[in-house]
Design a protein around this ligand. Structure first.
Ligand SMILES: *Cc1c(COP(=O)(O)O)cnc(C)c1O
Length: 231
């Protein structure tokens, strides 16, 4: 087995263990491989080991990989910051976007989604730890934004996403994930139908699964440490 294949197996086993510990079925949780900074060959290796959903954070880098891997039936997820001038590219090339946090951006994605493609699957990014530097809609503004986005014709609002402030303590890690779950439950009580909680990364996915994550976004534990090129 290659390193990526064995890492993937270890992550799948850890997801299954976390699910079992929380009284959940492992198949309620989908694994999104976060492949930013890694070359197409690494994604190919993960694909050969059974991984079909990949997430990217930078538009141009993602486009290059989508082109290099167009022979594979990959579901591409966008999880990075969204600038207005990139919405068309995102709407044309991805199946999912997890990082929507403004109505203006959602409206552009809906307008620019090509008619021949199914609705763009969308999660709202919530600034769940209320960090000044973080992107994401404030928790008290999620309701208004979610109801507005749910009306857009070419988007399908699936749920909420968050990147909480890092913590090494599992009990502390669970608190923001629990807050995100309660926000999702409140929205569903108000008539929305959100089935997705996109939460949990390499260092905290067990805590996220304990609090109801349905999609975990994992990079380092699959591909190894990221090395960023100096600009
Ligand atoms: C990079 C990234 C991840 C993956 O993080 P790891 O710690 O490498 O698992 C998940 N979510 C988002 C939004 C990211 O930018």
């Amino acid at each position: 087995m290659t390193t990526i294949a064995s890492n993937l197996q270890a992550v799948r086993d850890a997801i299954a263990a976390a699910a079992a510990g929380a009284g959940r079925q492992a198949n309620e949780i989908s694994l999104l491989a976060v492949s930013k900074t890694f070359a197409p060959d690494a994604l190919r290796e993960a694909y050969r080991a059974g991984q079909t959903c990949f997430a990217e954070s930078y538009v141009q880098e993602a486009l290059d990989k989508i082109a290099a891997l167009q022979d594979l039936p990959i579901a591409w997820h966008y999880i990075g910051p969204i600038q207005s001038n990139k919405t068309r590219t995102i709407a044309e090339n991805f199946a999912w976007v997890h990082s929507v946090d403004r109505l203006k951006i959602a409206e552009r994605l809906s307008e620019q989604r090509p008619a021949h493609l199914p609705a763009l699957q969308v999660c709202l990014q919530v600034n769940i730890s209320l960090e000044a530097s973080k992107s994401g809609v404030a928790p008290n503004e999620v309701g208004a934004l979610a109801h507005a986005i749910a009306k857009l014709p070419n988007l399908k609002l699936r749920g909420l996403m968050a990147v909480p402030a890092p913590s090494n303590d599992v009990t502390a890690q669970r608190l923001p994930f629990a807050r995100l779950r309660r926000l999702r439950d409140q929205l569903n009580q108000q008539g929305l139908q959100l089935d997705t909680l996109s939460m949990g990364m390499s260092h905290d996915f067990a805590a996220a699964i304990a609090e109801g994550a349905t999609m975990v976004r994992i990079g380092t534990a699959i591909f190894g440490d990221r090395i960023y090129q100096k600009a």
